[in-house]
Design a protein around this ligand. Sequence first.
Ligand code: HEM
Length: 185
Amino acid sequence: MDNRYSFVGGKEGLWQVIDVRGIAGSSLELVKRVNVVNDAVAELPLDSSWVLQSFTSNIRYAMRDEVTALRAVQPVLNRSEAISAVLIPIKKTVQWWEMAQDERRAIFEEESHHTTVGLEYLPGVARRLLHCRDLGEPFDFLTWFEFAPEHTKDFDELLLRMRASKEWEYVEREVEVRLIRDGIL
Ligand code: HEM
């Protein structure tokens, strides 16, 4: 299965860690590098502090017009100029998961405008949404963003807008791992 992704926090990998910030709930241990592995890494590799497992999946909330709008502007990952990355693991509350799909969608988009707001920051920011709740992981999602360093301010503004939204009232744990790609692609 090539939809599995593991993020190994330790001393190896393309991505050098600049900062690890606990935004809500407990943080992750500060490490030197993150290795993004397109596979399931079941055991913590030697000299590593943590491994977060995840997988890509089908969309849950996006409507046809949103999918079309996203496809028209979203950039690919691994662009040569996009050497800044942010890994944001997120866990949502029991209340969130107890809601029905249509109730969650209403909070996600109609109330919080997640996609509409996010679209304003494309094509500067490339992203990958990964799921992990169904793996019994400590987080529900791993979100990964890549952009050129000149878009850092815009990305910080996007984070402020997201975190001020109704959707974020249902976020109980969030960590921000800031990275720079200094390894060879
Ligand atoms: C860069 C602009 C962004 C765009 C265009 C965007 C777009 C989207 C879309 C379309 C979905 C729904 C996928 C589906 O239908 O299943 C989604 C889900 C999600 N996004 Fe974003 N997003 C952006 C930024 C962010 C940021 C900055 C964060 C975190 C701080 C984030 C966290 C999430 C999470 C956790 C989900 C899953 C929500 C859930 O299923 O409960 N997104 N995003």
